[in-house]
Structures are given as C-alpha cells and as structure tokens.
Design a protein around this ligand. Structure first.
Ligand code: PLP
Length: 465
C-alpha cells in the first residue's frame, strides 16, 4: 500500500464506516461469535491479484472482488484512462439516444455472440434480468393475450435482489421475509448430480434433470410458459456445472413448447469459465443473455440484456400499434463510463489471451482441488469450469451430510487470517451452504493458484485436523 493515508486519517475512515455504512449481506449485530467491536474491513487499494486493507495487510484475492467481478485484476490504468477521457468528453445522455462507446461496445460484444444482435444497457445484473422478464411479459400480452406469461426458474439459481428477481430465486433463505412475491414464476429442480435426485449417472442424469423441466411445463400448461431462466453454471447456489446431456435437452424442450430461453450470465459472462459466455460450452442458442459483473471488471457499473433479432422484431412488427415498443428506461443505462470501460476490458482479455489462461489455470486448479480431496476426507466433491471452482464440504462422505456452516466459515476465516480471500456459498440455502468457492481473476498464475490451494490445505488441517 502506498501509505498516503496517515494513521489518524484511516482511523477516522474506520469510525465513519462503523457509524454510517450499512454493509451488504452481513449481520451488523453480534451473532455466530462475530465481535461487534471488531473493526469493519475496509479495502483500500488493489494491484493485479492483490488487495490491501486499512491495516496495510496484503491479501491474495481468490474471489475477484468478492463476487466474481474484477476479471482482469486491479490497477488497470488503461481502463481508468479510457473512462476518464470519455467522462470529460460526454459522461451521460439518456439511452433513447446513442453514444460512441455504447455503439462500439455493442458491436464488439455481439461479435462474440453469434445469433444475438441487440444490447439493452442497464445498471445491475438484477435490473438486466428484470428487463428480460418485462420483455417476456410484454410479448405474452402482444402475442398470446397475456396467457404465455409464466417464467420458469431453477432451484438453487439466483437472479438478483429485486422482488421480481427474488420471485425467480431458487435460494429460499435469501427470499424469506421479502414476500409477497411477484406471481407467475414457477420453480424447476436443480441439476447437481452430486446431490442426485434420480438414480442415474452421466448423460442419462443430465437428460433426466432436463426432462424434469418438461414435467413442470406439462403440469403448468405449455401455453402458459413464456420463458425459462437459468444460470449456465450455477454460482452462489453451489458452483453447479450442469451434467452432460442437460443443455441440449433443455434447448430441445424450449423449442418444442415455444419457450424463450433466458441465460443469466451475470457471473459466467465475459470469460469466467474460459469462453466469452458460459452457454458457449454447450452449443445452445439463447433468446436473452443477461450480464453484469465481469463486463467492465467493476471499473464502472454496466449491465446488459442482450437479445436476438427474433425477440427484437416482436417489438417492431406492428407499426399501427402506438404501444408496440419496449416502454422502459434505465436512467444510468445512459452512462458512458460503463461501455468505455467494457471496451477496454474486452481488449485486455483478447490481447493477453485471458480466455486461454482461464482454461489452462482452471484445469490446473481443478486438478489441485482433486488432490486436496484425496488428502482431506471432509471434501465430498470438487467441481468447476474455467476459473470458477468449488469444493463441497461434508460431515460424512458416505451420507454426504453437508458440513456445518460454522466450520465452513472457519475455513474461510482461517484463509483470511493467512492473507488469502476465498468464498463459501452463501447462507441462503439451508443445508447447502457448504461449498468453498474460488474465482480468481483471469490473470491468475500457477503461483497464485498454488498459494490459494496451500492456504486452503492449511486451513482444512487446522479446522478439521
Ligand atoms: N444473477 C446472478 C447469477 C448473480 O450471481 C447475481 C449477483 O450475484 C445477480 C444476477 C444480480 O446481480 P446484481 O447484484 O448486479 O444485481
């Protein structure tokens, strides 16, 4: 850390934070042994894969800013410079008009998404998903007398924090106490083979998990279902890589019942799994792709709801109807800093071949996690795609009883004490909050990965013996 903040300045910051900041997703009251008098954690600075806190302590960031975001790492001056230049030229104009970075980033993005054609700019992953939900509802009204309006979502998937997104949320504890929810969202089963719901394996399992979606469609009535919304690889719900056979069958089912396929790439989008988008591993053709976190690696806020021309055309096919357009605006979808940063972000990924690095380092890390599994009986399963990996902890390998949450958190805390930040699936899924999560920046080297693995190894040994 460069030490520009003097000790008394930083203690003022800590007190201001303690007094006035309502932090995201943490309990401010004492519970589970958290000391309410402990200093809040303030991250002051970052370079590459590392961040420094208010005490000057260095941490290796194994989770790209906590929530799969800083894909190209910290301290990228060329992104900062592009944003600065753009802000001086034009910071903002409402999205009913275009902007230079908005047009150029759309063109660049679409060049990586064969079959897709239109980019709708917004602010957050939740909002991008809401836009897709609204488009589905409007299509139902325009084309099907309002009937084909239901949206299917999957157990253990997460699509955001608004009430409509929570209505499409497959993580019950995250949703609890925020009802009543938006009607018209219907849940389908998850596809995690390790927690098998069908007595099958491999491709047969994948097909059975997809067929379970068809059963829900038939029970609800196919003429009532407008869209199916899925994460390509489930993130906070447990790093769930879909089984072989799952996605092709999902696509078949959507086509059979004329159901629009909405893929939520908020986590996987822009390289996280080693392809530009997670769905590109599986050869599917979505109608909506939503994205946010890694789009500009957190250097500016930007999210997008991308559609194909088939969807776009439905909003311009009847020129006699004055209501026949998407009557929606997102004020900050007109900020130019987002697409300016996103353009540089994509250029860095291309120039440094970070997709290639993600595949190579992801494979290496999965092997290292498998070796850790051989050493520690507490690891029941390891899984992942690219630099998006998880290790599920169990109390008993035979019964697969999930490990107690406090002990999972103790592993995370031990790593933190070692100066290594890893994650764990959130407390939202009772009984399934037991997966250690890793999502280092796409620039990670073997040394970084060895460091993450060594810290986890030491933590597991200390916590479980
Ligand atoms: N979709 C997925 C898969 C996510 O993991 C998240 C956030 O973690 C969201 C959507 C919501 O994104 P945001 O927090 O930007 O609203």
């Amino acid at each position: 850390m460069d030490g520009k903040l003097r000790d008394n300045d930083i203690s003022h910051v800590v007190e201001a934070d303690r007094a006035h900041v309502w932090h995201h997703l943490i309990q401010h009251a004492p519970w589970s042994g958290t000391d309410p008098k402990a200093d809040p954690r303030i991250i002051v600075e970052g370079r590459g894969m590392r961040v420094w806190d208010q005490k000057g302590k260095e941490h290796l960031d194994g989770v790209s800013g906590g929530v799969w975001t800083v894909n190209v790492g910290y301290g990228r001056e060329r992104i900062a410079n592009a944003v600065r230049d753009q802000l001086i030229k034009l910071p903002y104009f409402a999205g009913s008009a275009g902007s230079i970075p908005g047009a150029l980033f759309s063109e660049k993005l679409i060049s990586k998404m064969p079959g897709m054609s239109r980019v709708y700019y917004t602010n957050s992953g939740s909002e991008a998903n809401e836009k897709a939900f609204k488009m589905v509802r409007q299509i139902a009204h325009k084309r099907y007398g309002g009937k084909k309006h239901k949206i299917l979502y999957r157990d253990r998937d997460y699509h955001g924090t608004t009430i409509a997104c929570l209505s499409a949320g497959g993580q019950d504890q995250r949703n609890a106490q925020y009802g009543p929810y938006t009607p018209g969202f219907v849940r389908v089963p998850h596809c995690l083979e390790y927690r098998a719901q069908w007595d099958l394996e491999g491709e047969e399992y994948g097909i059975a998990a997809a067929n379970a979606i068809e059963e829900v469609i038939l029970a609800e009535g196919p003429d009532t279902i407008g869209a199916l919304c899925l994460e390509p690889v489930t993130a906070g719900g447990g790093v769930i890589v879909p089984p072989v056979g799952y996605w092709p069958r999902v696509q078949e089912i959507c086509r059979k019942y004329d159901i629009l396929l909405h893929i939520d790439e908020v986590v996987c989008g822009i390289g996280r799994t080693g392809t530009w988008f997670g769905y590109q591993h599986y050869g599917v053709e979505p109608d909506f792709v939503t994205m946010a976190k890694g789009v500009a690696s957190g250097y500016a806020a930007i999210a997008c709801c991308v559609t194909n021309e088939r969807v776009f055309d439905m909003f311009k096919d009847d020129t006699t109807d004055p209501m026949n357009y998407f009557r929606d605006i997102s004020t900050f979808g007109g900020c130019t800093a987002g697409p300016a940063a996103a353009l540089e972000n994509m250029a860095i990924i291309e120039e440094e071949d970070l997709l290639g690095n993600t595949v190579a380092m992801g494979d290496y890390m999965l092997d290292q996690l498998a070796a850790l599994k051989d050493k520690h009986a507490v690891i029941g399963d390891v899984r992942g795609k690219g630099l998006f990996l998880g290790a599920e902890l169990v109390a008993d390998r035979a019964t697969k009883e999930p490990m107690d949450e406090k002990r999972v958190q103790a592993v995370v805390a031990d790593c933190m004490a070692q100066g290594v930040i890893i994650g764990a699936t959130n407390r939202s899924i009772p009984g399934f909050n037991n997966t250690l999560c890793y999502s280092p920046a796409l620039i990670a080297t073997k040394d970084d990965i060895n460091h993450l693995i060594a810290a986890t190894d030491a933590a597991l040994t200390r916590v479980f013996g």
